[in-house]
Design a protein around this ligand. Structure first.
Ligand SMILES: Cc1cc2nc3c(=O)[nH]c(=O)nc-3n(C[C@H](O)[C@H](O)[C@H](O)COP(=O)(O)OP(=O)(O)OC[C@H]3O[C@@H](n4cnc5c(N)ncnc54)[C@H](O)[C@@H]3O)c2cc1C
Length: 515
């Protein structure tokens, strides 16, 4: 076994040592590598991709030369693919839960009398729905595998953001209606009733603090405000939601008419909160810690791909047990002095190997810029795999449509998805194209087609992603499945164009690089 830090030999884009060989696609001298005393085991995933080196892949055909399929890609399918919950199933479950909550109120409220009674009743229902809503919101972000694989993190984040707006509105309306209803019932003014509620009702003061916390977080999360604050500032402020939920919990049981005197309801409500707490702690804390211990992720090397774009190679043990698929991403936390405190999502840019993973990162800000300076041997904390951009095998053809750095997950899928695949890669300049050699080599090896759409609309002479252009580039497009990944604006425009070109909505899959 070599001593840590001993550089492995780099030959023809392959890192080789007596113990360990990984094909990294790196030219001599481009990479800093520590010896990794780990032997490459046989890949457990069928079709796990050999990490491409420049001389491994067959050359792209010359113009006019036909592309004969030389290698049939094998799907990379984990042995233990978790169950998936679809959007409709999840929505039905959430609505059913809401109906049970309303039934709970009905059961606990024998009669409603007068204006005060109606206002108070409405306030109680909204309060119960808000209490249920926060549990749903936390569950959506709990990293529960069936949700992550079924809806994808970006869709869950969109549901969470939309649901958050409803819940904050419910909380505010609950407080106002309860104050008003109690004031009408007690024939007092709303100011004196507010003071009574705050000082004489158990835990209402804490719940009020919680309500203001939720309102503040909701305001900071609004699109206009969020654009003005750093992602990290918004993220850490957002964590105060957990404090707000804890502060508001006890007043529900102490003051809610549905719970006073109903032990079963109190038990059920507490069990719901406890279950979600356990799920969050398990999937957001325990599973990543166990994974860190089991897989011992560390940086193997960094490679420049294009101006402002680098690939980071991450080694580890028993990586096949992660059950990661091409198209998925991890949240990566690089344990250096300046980077350890924040984790960032990056997709796998090649199919997962049994002892190496690759991500490819565009320099967009402080964090992504700093990754170029990562040293081999840096320990990495990886949370995942996440994401639902994982195509199922299909008899239909598949279109992969990438914009900019959105090529990363699609590059991994392109190499491994069986069947007929067309890749369209939109980039603003030739210099922005990443993986050109790899993509051409994969296309040649599997007999697939790649179209590079490069330049501004003015340079190209029109919209390169119009329905007409897409149909001309992809014969039989309306019969195919389409996978889109790129900047938010390009993704939205591409999805519209695909719909207009006749691709049914349920066959268009996309992932946004923004939560
Ligand atoms: C599912 C997913 C997969 C991604 N895959 C890739 C990839 O393969 N290659 C690639 O180059 N980029 C990828 N990204 C984008 C990448 O995560 C951001 O560009 C990166 O986190 C920016 O961080 P920064 O500090 O360098 O830039 P900043 O200037 O701080 O942030 C730029 C933008 O990135 C987003 N962002 C910043 N920090 C985070 C964070 N911790 N978590 C989530 N979003 C954040 C915010 O929208 C922010 O406005 C992916 C994003 C998502 C959501």
């Amino acid at each position: 076994m070599k001593a840590p830090g001993t550089p492995a030999k780099i030959q023809n884009g392959t890192i080789a040592s007596a113990e360990h060989t990984i094909h990294l696609g790196l030219s001599e001298g481009e990479v800093r590598v520590t010896s990794v005393a780990r032997r490459s085991g046989p890949a457990r995933h069928a079709g796990a991709e050999a990490y491409p080196g420049p001389r491994q892949a067959p050359p792209a055909p010359r113009p006019g030369q036909s592309r004969r399929p030389q290698a049939r890609p094998m799907p990379v399918r984990p042995k233990n693919r978790p169950a998936r919950v679809g959007a409709r199933g999840l929505l039905a479950a959430i609505i059913a839960g809401g109906l049970v909550v309303i039934a709970l109120w009905w059961h606990g409220s024998p009669g409603v009398h007068g204006l005060g009674g109606w206002l108070t009743g409405a306030g109680e229902i909204l309060g119960l729905l808000a209490g249920y809503g926060v549990v749903v919101l936390v569950a959506l972000m709990s990293r529960l595998p069936p949700l992550e694989r079924g809806l994808g993190t970006d869709q869950l984040a969109r549901w969470h953001a939309m649901g958050g707006r409803y819940v904050v509105s419910l909380v505010v309306a609950h407080a106002l209606l309860i104050i008003w209803g109690y004031a009408v019932g007690a024939h007092t003014g709303v100011v004196s009733e507010t003071a009574t509620l705050l000082t004489q009702y158990p835990d209402v003061l804490m719940a009020t603090v919680a309500g203001f916390l939720l309102l503040g977080i909701g305001i900071v999360s609004m699109r206009a405000a969020r654009r003005r604050v750093r992602y990290e500032t918004w993220y850490f402020l957002h964590l105060y939601t957990y404090l707000a939920i804890a502060l508001a919990f006890s007043h529900q049981l102490a003051d809610g008419a549905s719970f006073i005197g109903n032990l079963a309801a109190r038990f059920w409500w507490s069990a719901m909160y406890l279950t979600v707490l356990v799920v969050v702690l398990w999937y957001r804390v325990a599973v990543p810690l166990l994974s860190y211990r089991r897989h011992r992720f560390e940086v193997l090397g960094v490679k420049a791909e294009a101006p402002g774009v680098i690939s980071v190679y991450i080694g580890g043990t028993r990586l096949d047990e992660l059950d990661a698929e091409p198209g998925q991403f991890f949240r990566w936390r690089f344990l250096t002095r300046s980077l350890w405190w924040s984790s960032h999502p990056f997709s796998l840019s090649a199919a997962p190997g049994s002892d190496v993973l690759r991500i490819t990162v565009k320099n967009l800000g402080d964090h992504s810029q700093a990754l170029a300076r990562l040293q081999p041997g840096t320990r990495v904390f990886a949370e995942g795999p996440y994401g639902a951009l994982t195509p199922a095998d299909s008899d239909r053809g598949v279109l992969l449509l990438a914009g900019g750095v959105g090529i990363t997950p699609l590059r991994a899928i392109f190499a491994t998805l069986p069947g007929h695949v067309t890749l369209i890669y939109r980039a603003s300049s030739e210099g922005d194209i990443v993986f050109r050699d790899e993509l051409d080599a994969i296309a040649a090896a599997r007999g697939a087609t790649v179209h590079y759409l490069v330049g501004s609309r003015a340079e190209i002479g029109g919209d390169p992603l119009s329905p007409r252009v897409l149909r001309s580039l992809v014969p039989g497009l309306d019969e195919q499945d389409a996978y889109v990944c790129g900047p938010a604006g390009m993704t939205a425009a591409a999805v519209r164009a695909l719909r207009a070109a006749g691709v049914p909505a349920q066959r268009i899959h996309f992932e946004s690089f923004e939560f």
